[in-house]
Design a protein around this ligand. Structure first.
Ligand SMILES: NC(=O)C1=CN([C@@H]2O[C@H](COP(=O)(O)OP(=O)(O)OC[C@H]3O[C@@H](n4cnc5c(N)ncnc54)[C@H](OP(=O)(O)O)[C@@H]3O)[C@@H](O)[C@H]2O)[C@@H](O)CC1
Ligand SMILES: [K+]
Length: 483
């Protein structure tokens, strides 16, 4: 089952539904606090711990965790920044029989802290002594486990509400990850994220998912026993001019590795010789004009255009010609930038099978101002997909894939080793290779991004884009075994 990522409001609704179904909030809080205690015991050896408790149910979880840790023999001190204000938090505090001190302004480095100050109910920037403590904690790099979210971090964006928030080495959240746990801003503050089951029911109409094999492996286009190369999909990649051909070949090789049966680089005449000198299993065919390109792409299942294609009129016309074929389009890099002065012309080329793969700079050219005015990149990518009428993959450490129908995913296995020239060309190739084999475009974009990241992580230091296609077989072998 694909795991949903929830907004704070969706989590509150899940919580209310459980309470309405007869599970008292105290029972949920007991499970949550015990889960925190268990996660702490699983990660750390027994040691003194200070638990900072806030006024709401996040603080309530802290009192419960205190009781469970103490029962296991941990020396526990609770520091309460506020008295409990909710019924459940008062209940939890009343069952804590140990010491409660006021919040100390002088935490001890090396000590373990549990931040149960604010979670889902944070409604404004941290104030007064709590803000001061957050600053001290950051400066002293305190070892902190956060309950639900690090206090000060907005659950729906991952950003600090004001100018300061706690940073944890582990965050224990409940039921499902929230946006703050998956977006890069929040991930830095959360540290390792542990998702604890507290017995809430299935999520209803969620449309945001962790990009994980669970989301797409069931529909991965493995070859049928009677497969032949033409039944495994035909992918074509448009090459740039003679001195910018490598990107198209990287994409082509990526598509071939992910299983497209027949992959062809379509090359301007001046680049044929250099392409021919560097291609083996990938085929090569010439095109001289946009009309020619459309004919060359006529039998393609998917076409990639953009990697080092050249920014300008010619690339724009080439994309418009390709749009008249039946092939799904993967539109990357220069093909996106070529339309920066006529975005409507780009959108007119696209339909829901097509995939745009911008990095944030290209995204800004195609959707000016959208990232800046959106609360976070998921909302921006969704709106972009709606405007474009196509799948949009917004690159980053937290790559987002959004479909025009509202589905979206966030990549959790991103790796900084992928930040290297040509890596995006291989990604376009991976996605194109999967779409050519008939995988639905949103799922192909999710799968391509996940496999790309898995390849990058597998290689680690020293990775160059040329390595990525060769790393795909070991990732695919593991996926094949799990299917
Ligand atoms: N959902 C679930 O299924 C379950 C949820 N559980 C837990 O409940 C947590 C959510 O609890 P919650 O709603 O009580 O909110 P919480 O974060 O404790 O704080 C709200 C209080 O803080 C106040 N306040 C806000 N900002 C402030 C500021 N900057 N500075 C000062 N005060 C500030 C705010 O005041 P107000 O905005 O009303 O003025 C209000 O009094 C959730 O994160 C999880 O840990 C689990 O127990 C079990 C199942
Ligand atoms: K917290």
């Amino acid at each position: 089952m694909a795991r949903e990522i929830l907004t704070v409001a969706q989590m509150t609704a899940a919580d209310r539904a459980a309470v309405a179904d007869g599970t008292p909030i105290q029972v949920l809080m007991e499970r949550a606090g015990e889960a925190v205690a268990n996660a702490v015991r699983a990660r750390y050896g027994r040691q003194p711990v200070v638990i900072w408790c806030g006024p709401g149910d996040n603080g309530g979880d802290g009192y419960v965790a205190a009781r469970h840790l103490k029962r296991r023999g941990w020396p526990v001190v609770v520091e309460a920044a506020y008295s409990p204000t909710t019924e459940a938090a008062r209940w939890a505090a009343s069952r804590w029989k140990g010491e409660v001190r006021p919040l100390s302004s002088r935490p001890a480095p090396g000590h373990l802290y549990i931040d149960a100050l604010f979670g889902a109910g944070l409604s404004r920037p941290l104030e007064a002594e709590v803000a001061e403590l957050a600053r001290t904690a950051r400066a002293a790099a305190l070892r902190i486990v956060a309950v639900d979210t690090p206090s000060g971090v907005h659950g729906d964006t991952g950003r600090a509400f004001g100018d300061v928030a706690f940073h944890a080495e582990m965050t224990v959240t409940f039921h499902r990850r929230k946006l703050a746990h998956v977006l890069s801003e929040g991930r830095g503050a959360c540290g390792e994220v542990v998702v604890a089951d507290i017995g809430l029911g299935p999520v209803g109409a969620a449309d945001l998912f962790e990009n994980d094999p669970e989301l797409w492996l069931g529909r991965f286009p493995w070859p049928a026993f009677d497969a032949h190369k033409h039944s495994r999909g035909r992918l074509k990649v448009v090459s740039g001019e003679a001195w910018t051909t490598g990107a198209a070949r990287l994409a082509a090789r990526g598509g071939l590795r992910l299983g497209a049966g027949a992959v062809t680089v379509l090359s301007p005449p001046g680049a044929l010789a250099v392409n021919a000198a560097h291609l083996e299993a990938v085929m090569l065919a010439p095109f001289e004009s946009d009309a020619d390109l459309a004919i060359a792409a006529e039998d393609a299942d998917a076409v990639i255009i953009g990697p080092a294609a050249g920014v300008g009129e010619a690339t724009a016309r080439n994309l418009q010609a390709l749009a008249r074929t039946g092939a799904a389009l993967i539109v990357d890099a220069d093909a996106l930038t070529s339309f920066r002065h006529d975005l409507e012309a780009l959108f007119a080329c696209l339909d829901r099978d097509d995939v745009l793969t911008p990095h944030p700079g290209e995204f800004e050219r195609v959707f000016p101002g959208l990232l800046a005015k959106s609360p976070e990149r998921i909302t921006a990518a969704r709106e972009a997909a709606r405007r474009a009428g196509a799948v949009v993959l917004l690159k980053g450490p937290d790559t987002v894939v959004a479909a025009p129908d509202g589905r979206a995913s966030v990549l959790l296995n991103g790796t900084p080793w992928l930040a290297t020239a040509g890596s995006g060309d291989v990604l376009a190739g991976f996605i194109g290779g999967l779409i050519a084999q008939g995988m639905e475009s949103f799922e192909a974009a999710c799968a391509g991004a996940w496999i790309h990241a898995a390849c990058g992580a597998r290689h680690g230091p020293g990775l160059i884009a040329e390595d990525l296609p060769g790393l795909a077989p070991s990732v695919l072998t593991e996926l094949h075994a799990k299917r």
